[in-house]
Write a protein that binds this ligand. Sequence first.
Ligand code: RB5
Length: 141
Amino acid sequence: MGIFIASDHAGFELKEYLKNHFDLLDLGTHSAESCDYPVFAKKLIVRLKEGDRGVLICGTGIGMSIAANRFQNVRAALCFNEEMAVLSRQHNDANVIVLGARMISKEVARKCVEKFLATDFEGGRHQRRLDLIADGCSNTD
Ligand code: RB5
């Protein structure tokens, strides 16, 4: 399983911090100079294969979430605490965790990533719901 990380300038410092705690493949950005988060969302998503995980960071986490979830087979979850990180795996089979560097502390972010990487998907009724999403929610009437 490859674990990729990418951020914009707002997430740069948190990205560097997380690299000290996990074995992450860094896809940029590589400085705190202003840049565009969709560029880095795409750099990460195109590298994701089945079983891989991604960590995306911007200021709020919102922009990265919107950008990442435009791609097929991406389930990107914006998490503010450990419980959300656990549930994003158990219920949503999230393959990307999104963090808002201006919204949470580095310590909370580290704990979120820890849980995200350690928690398994529960399947069952949750798989049925993911199948509905994968199908564009076309069978939900
Ligand atoms: C950059 O200033 C900021 O807009 C970006 O990091 C992110 O929060 C967007 O959603």
